[in-house]
Design a protein around this ligand. Structure first.
Ligand SMILES: [Zn+2]
Length: 503
């Protein structure tokens, strides 16, 4: 295994003058079932190593698996959401390979009889829609987890020894495999990212997994090949394994396009292999040469009965699917009267659900968008957290908007109130009361401030009375200053006019 950051790379623009990229994605989703795929062991993330195991998931001789009905149902629901045909007959198969984290010596998976086939997912990039065909959605079990101890990188290379945690072994895993996606051209990296983003949202909407890429409950293998422009024959593909963030999906495609182009330009041959993605450099390096299906000696699992999902049950599941993300975005765009571009901003900022909840709590859609995409987005960005992680709730943002629209505070005071909410000082109305932030009415205090301003600026008054009415602006500013921004500027202006011009 060698680092290949020294690989020659071709500029992306130049790659596209000579080659057409073809991408393909294999996505693994760990289901959030309470128990494992073929035994009753718990699936809690982060438990003490090897405390959630039993003879079945440790592969002890004589132990027998029983399929988890909730996992089968979740897989069918994913298939239905992706427009797949659900098989009326489906079987598990043994995928034979020897690896330390596979205690049985094989993974129970599905081969030529998967649960769901022939679906699709449409994704949008820069206003263009790209259709990604789904080849299959099948159910399998996760492997254990190797921990390589003593090295600098956590990889096996350079480690002193390795430990295995079997808590993850046997957790239900759904694999979603696309057909090759040609025709994305320069947008191939973005299309790959948009596909994983949309798929993640669908799975989240279905409520069958927490789809946390950083915890590995959604993992992506990214296939990419180049074929010379104008030819029909597809090039040799590489498969970058376990890419674990949306950004990395995009970067890994971009890197492989540039690397493969350089290999082909030099008259070389792209090797069919798996590759590792390196977050720090944005590069990939060679893993192992890719096995063919025949290497796994698949055969039907003799210890499990075939699955024959009842047609009525499938229709019941279809009818109970929740509103899917694309439909939800269309509906909200209509309801809020915003453009597709604005909707994309909202979705990309992770603000869609927050704005929706803020509107549900009584705010006008325009106000909700303004606060989440404006001040709050800026504060999230400054502190390096996601919008949803800010310590303010949609109900509090709605309350803030209400305090502005009923004239209690203005936008400037609202920003001070926001500071208070984010600092954990309470709800907006409480902070307004506690800090005396409400806009002043025509109180004795305000009258005194207005009269003091007039008395202190005889030269300005003379100008105004000689016809330069706009000179009053300086006095409005002075009053706003003495009241520390709590006065309402139009009210101050009216009070000054009444006194100076007698109108
Ligand atoms: Zn078990």
């Amino acid at each position: 295994m060698t680092m290949t950051t020294g690989d020659r790379l071709v500029d992306l623009d130049e790659v596209l003058t000579r080659y057409e990229p073809v991408i393909g994605l294999e996505t693994h989703v760990e289901l959030g079932t309470a128990s494992k795929m073929f035994c009753g062991c718990a699936t809690t993330f982060g438990a003490e190593p090897n405390t959630q195991t039993c003879p079945v998931c440790l592969g002890m001789p004589g132990s027998l698996p029983v399929a988890n009905a909730a996992a089968i149902e979740a897989t069918i629901r994913i298939g239905l959401a992706l427009g797949c045909r659900i098989a009326s007959w489906s079987r598990f198969a043994r995928k034979n390979y020897f690896y330390p984290d596979i205690p049985k010596g094989f993974q129970t998976s599905q081969y030529d009889e998967p649960l769901c086939v022939a679906g699709h997912l449409d994704v949008e990039v820069d206003g263009e829609t790209y259709r990604v065909e789904i080849e299959r959605v099948h159910l399998e079990e996760d492997t254990g987890k190797n921990l390589h101890v003593g090295g600098a990188t956590g990889r096996i290379h350079g480690a002193d020894h390795s430990l295995i945690d079997f808590n993850r072994a046997g957790i239900p895993l759904v694999e979603i495999v696309t057909r090759p996606v040609p025709g994305a051209g320069a947008k191939a990296p973005e299309v790959a990212r948009a596909y994983v983003t949309e798929l993640r949202e669908i799975v989240q909407a279905l409520g069958v997994s927490d789809v946390r890429m950083e915890q590995g409950s959604l993992r992506c293998d990214v296939n990419i090949s180049l074929n010379p422009v104008g030819t029909l024959e597809w090039g040799t593909r590489t498969e970058t394994k376990n890419v674990n963030s949306l950004r990395s999906v995009e970067r890994s495609v971009r890197f492989e396009m540039r690397r493969q182009a350089a290999v082909l330009d030099d008259g070389g041959r792209v090797v069919q292999e798996t590759r590792h993605f390196h977050e720090d450099t944005g590069s990939t390096s060679s893993g192992r040469s890719k096995e063919e299906a025949t290497d796994y000696r698949y055969f039907p699992e003799p210890d499990l009965v075939p699955l024959a999902p009842d047609a009525d049950w499938i229709e019941t599941l279809r009818a109970s699917l929740p509103e899917l993300p694309a439909a939800r975005r269309d509906r909200l765009q209509q309801e809020w009267g915003i453009s597709g571009t604005e909707m994309t901003w909202l979705a990309n900022a992770g603000a869609l659900g927050l704005v929706e909840e803020t509107v549900a709590a009584g705010a006008a859609p325009g106000d909700a968008r303004k606060w989440w995409l404006g001040d709050l987005a800026r504060r999230a960005n400054d502190t390096g957290v996601e919008l949803a992680e800010l310590s303010i709730t949609p109900a509090q943002v709605a309350e803030l908007a209400r305090l502005i629209s009923d004239g209690t505070i203005n936008d400037k005071l609202a920003r001070q109130v926001l500071d208070g909410v984010l600092a954990g000082e309470g709800d907006p109305a409480q902070i307004v009361a506690a800090q005396g932030l409400a806009v002043m009415g025509e109180s004795d205090e305000l009258v005194a401030a207005v009269e003091a301003a007039i008395a202190g600026a005889p030269d300005v008054i003379a100008k105004v009375q000689s016809g330069k009415v706009q000179a009053l602006g300086a006095l409005v500013g002075a009053v706003m200053k003495t009241t520390r921004g709590k006065a309402d500027a139009p009210t101050v202006k009216r009070m000054l006019e009444e006194r100076v011009l007698g109108s």
